[in-house]
Each structure stands twice: as C-alpha cells, then as structure tokens.
Write a protein that binds this ligand. Sequence first.
Ligand SMILES: Nc1ncnc2c1ncn2[C@@H]1O[C@H](COP(=O)(O)OP(=O)(O)OP(=O)(O)O)[C@@H](O)[C@H]1O
Ligand code: SF4
Ligand SMILES: [Mg+2]
Length: 334
Amino acid sequence: MSETSAPLLSVRDLKVHFAVRGSHHAVVKAVDGVSFDVPAGRTVALVGESGCGKSTTAYAIIGLEPTTSGNIYFAEHDITHLDKRARRALAGEMEIVFQDPSAALDPKMTIGDSITEPLAIQGWPRNKRRQRVAELLDRVGLPAGLASRTPNALSGGQKQRVVIARALALSPKLLVLDEPVSALDVSIRSQILNLLMELQRDLGLAYLFISHDLSVVRHIADDTIVMYLGTIAEQGETEALFRGPQHPYTQALLSAIPVPNPVVQRTREKIILSGDLPSPLAPPPGCPFVGRCPISIDRCRQVRPILAPAATGTKAACLVRVPAADPTFNERLT
Ligand SMILES: Nc1ncnc2c1ncn2[C@@H]1O[C@H](COP(=O)(O)OP(=O)(O)OP(=O)(O)O)[C@@H](O)[C@H]1O
Ligand code: SF4
Ligand SMILES: [Mg+2]
C-alpha cells in the first residue's frame, strides 16, 4: 500500500459489536479489530465469506452503524463519532453504492429527481440541477432522455448506472461499493466494472470495493484485504496476495476460483475447508480460523495471531506461516 502520503481513509482497530436481544452479556463481534488504509485514487477490496463483517465495516465507515471502539479518519479528520450535521456535510465526500439498485431507487421518483436528490438537499437551484443530471447521465453512459423516466422503465444494469450517477452527484473522493455487481446478470457485470474503472481513471476516485468474487477483485483492486470472522487474515497488494497467499484461509479461497483452462483446473488442488464459519457470538479464543485450519498447531488455540509481514510482500495473521504474527515473538527471541 502507498506510504508516501496520508491515506484518504484510515481505519484503526475498528470494532463493531452488537448486543444480543434478551441477553445481558452476549455480543456479536461482527467486526473485531480491523485496521487498513484506502489511499486516494486507489481500489481496496474487502473479501471473505458471508457473515465475516464486510458490510458492517462499510456501514461503520459511512456512518450507518455506530462503532464500538477504534477510529476512522477521512482526509486526516477523525470521523468516528460525527453528529448528523457533520455527517451530512461529509456525504458529498464519500458515498455508498449497495448491491441491489432496485431497492436503492424510489419507484415513484423520476431518474432525474433521484440523481439530483443529494444536490437538492444541499440547496442547488433547479436549473443547475437539470444541467448536472445531463452531465451525470452522460458520465455513466445513459441517454439524457432517461431523466424523465421512472426506474421501472430501466434494466438492472441501467439502474445501477443511475445509482452510481447519484453517488457521483456531489463529486465525492471515495465510493464504498458493497457488492455493486452481484445482483446483476453476468453479461452486464463487466460493463459496470469497466464503467467503475473508467470513472476512477477520469475522476481520481478511491474505492472500497466489497466482493465475494475473487476474479473480479483480482481484475479491479490494487490492494486486497481478506476478512475472517470480523478480523483480517491477510492483506496486501492484490498481485502479491494472489501470487503468493500466506494465510491458509486465503489459500483456500484462491484455490476455489475457477480457471478458464480445463487442464490447469484439473491439475490444481482445490482446498476444501471443513465446517462453516463459526458464530461471531462465540469466536475461538486463539486464532479465529483454528477450527477449520488444515495446518493448525496447539498454540493456535491459545494465542491470537497479529498481522505481520510475510516474505512474499503481504501481511498475514498466521502463527505457522509467519512466526512474527505471534504477539510474543520478539520477547521469545530475546
Ligand atoms: N444489526 C445487527 N445485529 C446483530 N448482528 C448483526 C447485525 N448486522 C450484522 N450482524 C452480524 O454480523 C456479522 C457480520 O455481518 P455482515 O453483514 O457485516 O457480513 P458480510 O461479510 O457483509 O456478509 P455478506 O457477504 O453475506 O453480505 C454476521 O454474523 C451478521 O449476522
Ligand atoms: S494461526 Fe494456526 S490456526 Fe490460525 S491460520 Fe495459522 S496455522 Fe491456522
Ligand atoms: Mg454484506
């Protein structure tokens, strides 16, 4: 990750725990100590199985979910606990795009009104808003005539283009994209991904890109963060992580990506993990991955690994593969 200038977004030891209704003690540790940066103009992907805490991380960043502890910095300002007014002011700087564009658009509003809603809230006059709609529709590759239509006249891909246009209305610096192509037909996905890459190139946007699809992540992301049970198992530059994954969970995830060449597919070993993701209500005391790990040792049940640099260029939280991931590593050396 870039270390030359301050990152646009910095997340430090973020925890988001949910109280369990009807219990005095039980908490769901949806996000449990996550730190990462998103530099300006770069794409950082968050990947991992369903329930590992990707969306909760995104919602905390965007202010939709209160944080339990930790800090979130945007352009070097601490935005962890903003009041509603300060949050509204920030809305122009960072926006979120959700998976399902149909749910994100009011079926009764015209496309033009939906796109200019953020501008209307900021008090833009009507004629300026109309001009901006035409610009934004053009930016996302839609005809200007769609401004007067309602969402039911549009395809899924067109609706997601409208949602992206609305997110761009106030010229943000960061888009948080929560599975932005997962609800779309496979044939449309690459068009939307290409649009996102083109917008990034032209506008210098940064993306926090959440996805299940590792092929998409490899294509689009500069840096990749692999989450497991509310924690980070491995993170690093996408190429380094895909070429030399260190954490056994990353290795299992990558081994499941289909390869277009059937010969390679047949010869490549697919790592099947036994068991499901454990409940974030009762994570194991040591390494969160211990119950499914094919190479665990006894110490993994007692010690929680921390992220430490691996020889391949990523950082991984694994006591076996990266011994420095043991928090007592330095003490034990002396
Ligand atoms: N409001 C809430 N109250 C209690 N538990 C919650 C709440 N929101 C999320 N969770 C739990 O937190 C964990 C993380 O959920 P999250 O939605 O962040 O996962 P995710 O990685 O985005 O999954 P998916 O890939 O399915 O979208 C899950 O166990 C989920 O059930
Ligand atoms: S720390 Fe232990 S259980 Fe965790 S991933 Fe490494 S070997 Fe597996
Ligand atoms: Mg999610």
